[in-house]
Structures are given as structure tokens and as C-alpha cells.
Design a protein around this ligand. Structure first.
Ligand SMILES: Cc1ncc(COP(=O)(O)O)c(C=O)c1O
Length: 390
């Protein structure tokens, strides 16, 4: 018996993106001194509030079935947090709990998009987006971001790919891998486009707490006039350095959330009450884990710029948020594209980075460096990259 067409399509997507990372891990296991700047996991310990709250919840037997929407305390904490941050009022009815942003995005794709629809994804994009669109049986359409303008949206190119079949735009803001932020003008134009063409804006805002200067996030969700066109999702994976707890949510209009509840019930039959309790407490803490990460990530981003931007042929797109920095390598004397550069860099200098091709075509001549290693390790990696270019 064969698996489904979706499973077959997914099986050819993932592996090639991660091959250098997998190779680096194998070399490290074999004893080679590899510096790994491939994937980004928070290097802060998880937020201190989480373990004691979970432990108390477990002692209290909080392991029964939950409900389809989410535990009351979690929904209340979310409503308070978004009301405080987004310049408008949210109620518990605007939220739906999911185990992480990734499942939330999966549910949104399946819940809002029909097979055969087109979904616009920006290029470059987070590595799982292609799979999300494919898993909904939809067609992935890409719109390039502009590397020469801070990886901002190219509206001419975006408008050119919208067709009557377009159902949704998948928007990652703050952006991985570029570390860029949506500005007011772009946000307004996206909103107008969604209204005019009847589109969903599906916003992945998982890096909201890692904007280095801590400015409020500019988001289509902040505009109530867009309510029937916007859904957003996030989690405590980055903000509280707890990706393994798998605790996230969707936020949207009461109507769309109501209509997605049966979908979440079908997928999950509820989330885990003890994790919901810890997440509610985390959402009400002082945010010190994210504050520390904002400082260290910004410092490391500046370190990468200082070390590599002066190397002939390299250019750094210094991020404003998130855990990664993009480095352009297309102009070096080595004559290598991003993938060739990353492969040779691993083999000759023992530094593992993600080739830009893992995120799209626009970043063919770029590398993505993770900023989640200690400063001295990152500095050594940058020195090795500079030496490699020389
Ligand atoms: C852009 C983006 N979205 C979603 C995720 C997954 O987040 P979560 O752990 O909340 O599922 C990541 C993780 O790296 C990410 O970079």
C-alpha cells in the first residue's frame, strides 16, 4: 500500500534543505571541530517561571483532557497580552491554543485554504512553508523580497503574482531568515491588497519578542478593519526559550476562531493543561528571558557585521530581529554561489551554515548564520569565514 499523494509530495521537500546540517552533525560526531551555525535554538535557559508552574500543575493532576479551544487561564493571559500590545481589545474568544506555531500554521492552511488554491509565500521564507502549502493541496506561488532594500516586500512583484485563484498570503514578520520587519506603509498596502482581492493574510509572528530595539510589532492584526482577512499565530518557543514545550496559539476574529475550533478538535482533541498553565504564567511574567536574548542577539548581529562586512565580496544584511543573519557571498573571488560556498566552508574551515537556497531562490548567493552560539564561538566562526575568503 502506498502513502497519500500529500505524503509523497512532502517526502521530497525536506531533506535537501537540511543536508549540510546533517553532514555537519555527522562530522562533529566523528570528532571534527565543527562550529554549527545552522539551526537556531535559543541559547538562553528556558524562562524560570515554566518548570515550577508545570510541576505544581502536575502535582495538582492537571493531565486530564482539555477542551478544543484552550484552558481558560491561558486564553485570558493571551487576551490581556494582545490587548496591552496591539492598541485594540481582544477577548478570550479571539484565541485558539495549538502545540506551537508550526501546528497552528498547519491548521490555518488546512482550515482556510482549499486544494487547488494559490498561496503566496515570500522568497526567501522559513524552510517549512513550502511543505505547509503542499500539505493543504494548494499551489505555492512565490513573490521575491528585495535584498537591496533590507529584504522588504516588492509590491510590484507581489501584485503581479496575485490571480483569481490566490487565497492567502503567508507573511512571516519578523522575518526568518532575513531578520526584517514590516513597516507601516507595507502593512497598509498589504491590508488594502487583502481587502481588494479578498485574501487571507496568515501572519507568523513567532519572533515578535525578539525585535532588538523592542519596538511594538507593526502587524495587519492591529487593524480591526482587516478582521475578516487576518489571522496570526505565535508561541512561547522563542520568547521564553522553550521550543520543546510546543505551546502556541492562533489569534483572529471571533468568527474565524469559532469556525476553526472543530478543526482543532479534530486534529488534537485539546492541548495539555499543565503546559497551558505554565504558558499562562509565562505570558504574564516580566519577559526577562526575551529581554536578555534581544541584547545578546543584537550584539552578535553587530559582531557578524563588523567581522564580515569588511571582507572583500561579502555583505551582511544586519537583522533587526530574530536569531539569524544573512551574509551575501556572491561577489567573492571564489566564484561560488551560496551552496558551493557553504559546502566548501564546512569541508575546509569546519563552519556549518545554511545555504540560502534552503530558503528560496532570491538567497541563492547568501548564507544564513545562526546567532544562537556564545560570542567567542561566533567570533571564531567569522574569523574562519574571513580566512576562507582570503
Ligand atoms: C518563522 C518560524 N515560524 C515557526 C517556527 C516554529 O515555531 P514553533 O516552535 O512555535 O512551532 C519557527 C522556528 O524556528 C520559525 O522560525
Amino acid at each position: 500500500m502506498d502513502v497519500s499523494a500529500v505524503a509523497r509530495n512532502l517526502s521530497t521537500l525536506g531533506s535537501a534543505k537540511w543536508d549540510l546540517h546533517i553532514r555537519a552533525r555527522a562530522l562533529a560526531r566523528a570528532g571534527h571541530p565543527i562550529i554549527e551555525l545552522t539551526i537556531g535554538e535559543p541559547d538562553e535557559p528556558m524562562a524560570p517561571v515554566l518548570v515550577p508552574t508545570m510541576s505544581r500543575a502536575l502535582d495538582a493532576g492537571r493531565v486530564g483532557y482539555s477542551n478544543g479551544r484552550g484552558e481558560a487561564a491561558l486564553l485570558e493571559a493571551l487576551a490581556d497580552r494582545y490587548t496591552a500590545r496591539r492598541g485594540r481589545t481582544f477577548s478570550t474568544q479571539n484565541f485558539l491554543a495549538f502545540p506551537g506555531t508550526q501546528t497552528a500554521l498547519y491548521a490555518l492552511m488546512r482550515g482556510l485554504v482549499n486544494p487547488g488554491d494559490e498561496v503566496v509565500v515570500f522568497d526567501p521564507c522559513y524552510a517549512t512553508y513550502e511543505g505547509l502549502v503542499v500539505s493543504a493541496g494548494a499551489r505555492l506561488v512565490t513573490a521575491p523580497l528585495r535584498p537591496d532594500a533590507g529584504f522588504s516586500i516588492d509590491f510590484e512583484a507581489l501584485n503581479a503574482v496575485i490571480t483569481p485563484q490566490t487565497r492567502a498570503i503567508l507573511l512571516n514578520n519578523p522575518h526568518n531568515p532575513a531578520g526584517s520587519l514590516l513597516d507601516e506603509d507595507a502593512c497598509q498596502r498589504l491590508g488594502e491588497l487583502a481587502l481588494r482581492r479578498g485574501l487571507w493574510l496568515i501572519c507568523d509572528e513567532v519572533y515578535e519578542d525578539l525585535i532588538y530595539d523592542n519596538r511594538p510589532l507593526v502587524s495587519p492584526l492591529n487593524n480591526p478593519a482587516l478582521d475578516s482577512h487576518v489571522v496570526s499565530c505565535a508561541s512561547i518557543s522563542k520568547s521564553h526559550a522553550a521550543p520543546g514545550l510546543r505551546s502556541g496559539w492562533v489569534v483572529g476574529s471571533e468568527d474565524v476562531i469559532d469556525r476553526l475550533v472543530p478543526f482543532a478538535e479534530t486534529m488534537l482533541f485539546g492541548n495539555q493543561p499543565f503546559i497551558a498553565d505554565a504558558t499562562a504564567a509565562a505570558l504574564r511574567d516580566a519577559g526577562e528571558t526575551a529581554a536578555r536574548m534581544r541584547v545578546s542577539l543584537r550584539r552578535r548581529a553587530q559582531m557578524v557585521t563588523a567581522a564580515l562586512d569588511r571582507v572583500s565580496g561579502l555583505r551582511v544584511a544586519e537583522p533587526r530581529a530574530g536569531m539569524f543573519a544573512l551574509v551575501g557571498v556572491g561577489e567573492t573571488a571564489l566564484g561560488l554561489d551560496g551552496r558551493g560556498f557553504a559546502t566548501r566552508l564546512l569541508e575546509h574551515a569546519g563552519v556549518a551554515v545554511m545555504p540560502g537556497t534552503s530558503f528560496g531562490r532570491v538567497t541563492r548567493d547568501w548564507l544564513r548564520l545562526s546567532l544562537t552560539v556564545p560570542d567567542e564561538v561566533l567570533q571564531t566562526a567569522c574569523n574562519r569565514i574571513a580566512d576562507f575568503c582570503a
